[in-house]
Design a protein around this ligand. Structure first.
Ligand code: DGL
Length: 270
């Protein structure tokens, strides 16, 4: 009974941590495509091919359900995968919708027409590919009207986190927040639209100021996954082993992951 979690690298571990705390009995299989990270600077065809390779490996590991714990893959590849590729008995879900439902005060399955919501000015921080896709704005427009979104492509942050260079990551986050604030001086809410960014959440919050509500995905995705599995218990696949798979250097990735999660994590070659 395994559920797959896919990311281009270490960022999906923020989702893994929240999901495994919410669902301690579910063996999660994590796949980090560390050899090809970052995805945020790749083109859509490339992201599509790499995401399919990773999700295929998760299906082979006994998962029937894979979570794309990667906004870039969710934005650039998910819809195309669902339309053309996902086998009939499998499911692939992304990470955008739970966050947008929280922002627009909706519950799962509420398909009522878009309506006015409390927040009017939203800052989106994401990778260049996610910003370019406008997937966030598209999903938001299905649910809300009158929300002004200013997106900031945060070049370099994922690379710095993957390299374990948190000093550089912090400097980059502060400069991206400054750039955003030049375009939108007073956002009410900020969305961390990349699963790597929760590792820098305190820096985002500090740079934005305490009056800005920062939405970060891990807990929202974990709650949505618990809800999904309670409605679709058959989607927990046949695999029984927890695993951390990487396309990168397993030893190096294990060290980084152990540092991030503050507990021993052993990655093996995917
Ligand atoms: N953590 C990913 C995301 O949520 C991927 C970032 C990247 O590889 O550029 O977008």
């Amino acid at each position: 009974m395994a559920v797959g979690i896919f990311d281009s690298g270490l960022g999906g571990l923020t989702v893994y941590r929240a999901a495994s705390a919410a669902l301690p009995d579910v063996p999660f299989v994590y796949y980090g495509d560390n050899a090809h990270t970052p995805y945020g600077v790749r083109d859509d065809d490339d992201i599509y091919a790499l995401t399919i390779a990773g999700v295929t490996r998760l299906f082979e590991a006994g998962c029937d359900l894979a979570i794309l714990a990667c906004n870039t893959a969710s934005a650039a590849a998910l819809r195309r995968m669902q339309e053309n590729w996902v086998p009939r008995d499998k499911r692939v879900l992304g990470v955008f919708v739970p966050m947008i439902e929280a922002l627009t005060e909706r519950h799962w399955g509420d398909n009522s027409p878009p309506r006015e919501v409390a927040v009017k000015h939203v800052a989106l921080f994401a990778t260049p590919a996610t910003v370019r896709s406008r997937a966030f704005q598209r999903e938001l427009a299905f649910r809300a009207i009158g929300v002004d979104v200013e997106a900031q492509a945060c070049g370099g942050v994922v690379d710095a986190i993957e390299d374990g260079d948190m000093i550089l990551a912090e400097a980059l986050v502060r400069s991206h927040v400054d750039a955003l604030k030049r375009k939108m001086p007073d956002p009410e809410a900020a969305v961390l639209g990349c699963t790597h960014y929760p590792m820098m959440q305190e820096v985002f919050q500090d740079a934005l100021g305490s009056d800005v509500t920062v939405y970060s995905q891990p807990d929202l995705v974990a709650a949505s996954l618990s809800d999904y599995l309670s409605r679709h218990p058959n989607m927990v696949g046949s695999g029984e082993e927890r695993m951390f798979l990487t396309t990168g250097d397993a030893r190096r990735v294990s060290d980084q992951a152990t540092r991030f999660l503050r507990r021993k994590i052993d990655f093996v070659a995917a």
